[in-house]
Design a protein around this ligand. Structure first.
Ligand code: ZN
Length: 202
């Protein structure tokens, strides 16, 4: 093979590999590899996971997939395509999904907010705090997912994080639902347009 053709071929191969990696990493098409692990411990319906590579993201996706009636999420940064897709799938099977996201993080990061909105999910942004730093998902008013784990790929693959799932705890879930409603009450519907920055010191 002429040298020039070999260079062109190798360039095509490299670009193809980059494209493939991006697809595997970013797409909503169900191609994302979810790293499933058993919880570090389960005791009396409470399960704990740790990042990196401890199965936090997969655990969140699996719980969302099992929801039947309602999902209320509070999030700071939200870039996990897998979690966004699970929420969209839940919405399309009749689960009422609502999301309250930190306003500034939603403005600054390449978030999944628009994807959620485009899939009919009620998305709001909370700009009432220096940061709306909660990471909480309440499922069917019975199960609470929380911890330090942001709903991002980086939180799964690189960060030091923890995730705790409190299953079948309606009293605990009710407290988180009241907190969700409180933040919802001063949040704005997400329009897909960038909001003007508020004066906050972080
Ligand atoms: Zn708030």
């Amino acid at each position: 093979m002429p040298k020039g053709a070999a260079h062109v071929l190798s360039l095509v191969l490299v670009l193809g590999a980059i494209f493939l990696v991006r697809e595997l990493g970013d797409s909503h098409g169900g191609h994302v590899f979810l790293d499933r692990h058993p919880p570090a411990v389960t005791d009396d319906g409470i399960s704990v996971y740790f990042s990196p590579h401890g199965g936090c993201e997969a655990a969140v996706v699996d719980r969302i997939n099992s929801a039947q009636h309602s999902i209320d999420m509070q999030a700071y940064t939200f870039t996990s395509a897998s979690i966004a897709q699970a929420l969209a799938d839940a919405q399309s099977r009749g689960v009422a999904v609502r999301a309250v996201l930190d306003e500034q993080a939603t403005n600054e990061h390449d978030t999944e907010a628009l994807y959620l909105k485009d899939h009919g999910i009620a998305v709001y942004t909370d700009g009432d705090h220096p940061i709306a730093h909660n990471k909480v998902i309440v499922l069917d008013a019975r199960t609470v997912i929380t911890g330090s784990f942001n709903f991002t790929r980086q939180a799964e693959n690189a960060n030091a994080e923890n995730l705790i799932i409190l299953a079948d705890r309606p009293t605990i879930a009710a407290a988180y639902e009241r907190n969700f409603e409180f933040h919802l009450s001063h949040s704005q519907p997400f329009t897909g347009m960038l909001q003007p920055m508020r004066e906050h010191t972080r």
